[in-house]
Design a protein around this ligand. Structure first.
Ligand SMILES: Nc1ncnc2c1ncn2[C@@H]1O[C@H](COP(=O)(O)OP(=O)(O)OP(=O)(O)O)[C@@H](O)[C@H]1O
Ligand SMILES: [Mg+2]
Length: 237
């Protein structure tokens, strides 16, 4: 059976998360039958065939997973720009739709789901049940999950639910000097490089650095930049 991707990326504002998603999304579009993007802004909508805006008022509607599945099937790739609010029932409906599109024991990726600013959709203590199901079972159905956010954990609830990262097979860390976040990242994913060692992007001039940690093999890669901004990959076994 194909090894599904369950990626979580963490870093503060301006650390390069969205820039990292662009080439990933472009590559994924070629290799996935259906693509679904959740975002709080229209960022990344240019890579999708269809966009839907879900307003604050619309979040209280009852969404039909079958209708959402049909929408995804007819367009191939759908970008949902969702207002901030209680997104739980909307996310449940989309995740149920995604699950219904998956194929048992698929040998290729059927659906890729991207959660940008993921804590708005997979919030601590409010993890939508169908999103938990995707986390637990999606890999058997050819469903890849990609989540990026500013905060892995916090004392309050303005961060990801642990169910959104405990099953991650790949962790990407972006530069941060924030002591608490560094400790939390390194405790949650033992063996991950210290994000303090990475340099953030210089807006408009230089790409940022990041570290990739494959939790299944234990392999680590540091994506570094040189003085000209060119990137190189250092693999640490
Ligand atoms: N390769 C690059 N070359 C030049 N500038 C870059 C590059 N990569 C990122 N940047 C710039 O760095 C800034 C921050 O990057 P990005 O938007 O990806 O961060 P982010 O982590 O998504 O932030 P936020 O959490 O606020 O959404 C942006 O202004 C972006 O244009
Ligand atoms: Mg961003």
């Amino acid at each position: 059976m194909r090894q599904a991707l369950n990626l979580v990326g963490v870093g503060p504002s301006g650390s390069g998360k969205s820039s990292f998603l662009v080439p990933l999304l472009q590559a994924k579009k070629e290799r996935t039958r259906y693509l679904v993007v959740f975002n709080t802004s229209d960022q990344l909508s240019e890579f999708c065939n269809h966009r839907e805006y879900v307003s604050f008022e619309a979040l209280s509607k009852d969404y039909d997973p079958e209708a959402i599945a049909a929408l995804i099937q007819s367009h191939g790739s759908v970008h949902f720009e969702v207002a901030r609010g209680n997104t739980e029932s909307f996310v449940n409906a989309v995740c149920a739709a995604v699950m219904s599109l998956g194929e048992k024991d698929a040998d290729k990726c059927i659906v890729t789901v991207i959660f940008e600013e993921a804590r708005n959709f997979l919030k601590k203590y409010k993890m939508p049940e169908r999103a938990s199901q995707l986390e637990a079972e999606g890999r058997k159905y050819g469903i890849d999950l990609i989540k990026v956010d500013q905060r892995l954990q916090s004392q309050g609830d303005d961060c990801l639910d642990s169910a959104a990262y405990v099953n991650a097979t790949v962790v990407v860390v972006f530069p941060t000097s924030d002591f608490n976040q560094r400790q939390r990242i390194m405790q949650a994913f033992p063996g991950i490089p210290d994000p303090l060692e990475l340099r953030p992007p210089v807006p408009g001039k230089m790409p940022g650095e990041y570290a990739v940690f494959d939790r299944e093999t234990g392999q680590k890669a540091l994506i570094k930049r040189d003085e000209s901004g060119a990137r190189r990959c250092e693999v640490i076994l």
